[in-house]
Ligand binder design. Structure first.
Ligand SMILES: Nc1ncnc2c1ncn2[C@@H]1O[C@H](COP(=O)(O)OP(=O)(O)OP(=O)(O)O)[C@@H](O)[C@H]1O
Ligand SMILES: [Mg+2]
Length: 308
């Protein structure tokens, strides 16, 4: 089931994010969307932050972990497959430095450093949110509310501590701490960077968040929670993509498939009522896995209709 609104949404926004639980089809939807957009003539960049170099597999071409490369099978399409384990961004090293400074002072138990990979991935989002070279930037794997919360935590902690120190020089003296203006200034700068990124993510004019899920109980519940969680950061999910819906035409009296489809129908209904204010699309379960341009275009057709 393609949605006219989905087509409008991706044509009207520059930054497109695909989130959802593991294995539900985020990379597939991101790649199908990027391929469709490039087929429409938009100069499109797809950025994946996945250590399994999934984009290379999907496009059947080596896609660099460090620089944007043209995807040869398609026009107007460029890709980058960042390995978050290797990407050591500015944000990350500064954050680690900053945290180290504070933990030396207060003990490491007091401050928790968020997961390195999450910081690295976020770092990449931040740098590509400023892109001016492409018409569209598609991000495979969006940050979750959990990630954003985790990333904001050191700012809350260290911001609080910094304020205490600033306000009470005698406290820092008592603690044997030499008050360092730079440390606080650095903290402020990183906080501003973080805030700017969250603002960009929540800018409805330029960005759209899409959540991918399967029509099953746990994914439906978790997607509702994920959308709520993002909402706390001012990020409104715009569309829901229900993936791997069993096509009716394959049922042909097969009791097993009919049972599965009936189960899916139950959750499709639930999705319709739970997310009635969002754009909803359905992508059928295909007879094979999805890679290569031809398959991606089939998914694109399910999402956006025929290419014009
Ligand atoms: N509609 C579909 N029909 C058939 N196979 C599908 C469909 N959607 C996705 N797949 C297959 O399911 C697998 C998982 O998809 P994908 O890699 O896109 O998920 P993901 O959410 O990105 O996973 P991860 O969380 O590991 O990054 C892939 O092998 C993909 O080809
Ligand atoms: Mg993936």
């Amino acid at each position: 089931m393609c949605s006219k609104n989905m087509k409008e949404l991706v044509e009207n926004k520059k930054f497109l994010f695909f989130g959802g639980k593991g294995g539900v089809g985020k990379t597939t939807m991101a790649a199908a969307t990027a391929t469709w957009l490039s087929d429409q003539g938009y100069k499109t960049l797809i950025v994946a932050t996945d250590p399994t170099i999934s984009l290379s597999a999907i496009y059947e071409q080596e896609i660099s972990e460090t620089e944007v490369v043209p995807i040869e099978s398609s026009q107007n399409l460029f890709g980058l497959n960042i390995n978050p384990k290797k990407a050591m961004g500015v944000f990350q090293s500064r954050m680690e430095e900053m945290m180290q400074g504070f933990s030396t002072l207060f003990g490491s138990d007091l401050l928790s450093t968020p997961c390195t990979e999450e910081i690295a991935a976020f770092d990449q989002f931040v740098s590509y949110m400023g892109d001016t070279e492409h018409d569209k930037v598609v991000f495979d794997t969006a940050p979750t509310g959990h990630t954003l919360r985790e990333l904001s935590m050191p700012f809350d902690w260290s911001g609080y501590i910094a304020k205490q120190i600033e306000a009470r020089t005698e406290m820092s003296e008592a603690l044997g701490f030499i008050y360092d203006e730079n440390m606080i200034a650095d903290l402020r700068k990183e906080k501003e960077r973080y805030d700017a990124a969250v603002r960009a993510l929540s800018d409805r004019e330029t960005s759209a968040f899409n959540l991918v899920l399967l029509p099953e109980k746990l994914p439906v519940d978790e997607t509702a929670r994920a959308a709520e969680d993002l909402g706390e950061f001012g990020i409104n999910v715009r569309s829901i993509i229900v993936n791997e819906v069993i096509p009716r035409e394959v049922l042909q009296g097969n009791w097993f498939l009919e049972r599965r489809r009936a189960t899916q129908d139950k959750y499709l209904q639930e999705i319709e009522s739970k997310f009635d204010n969002l754009i909803r699309s359905e992508v059928p379960l295909f007879e094979t896995d999805i890679y290569g341009l031809q398959n991606l275009r089939k998914v694109g057709k399910a999402l956006f209709g025929e290419s014009s």
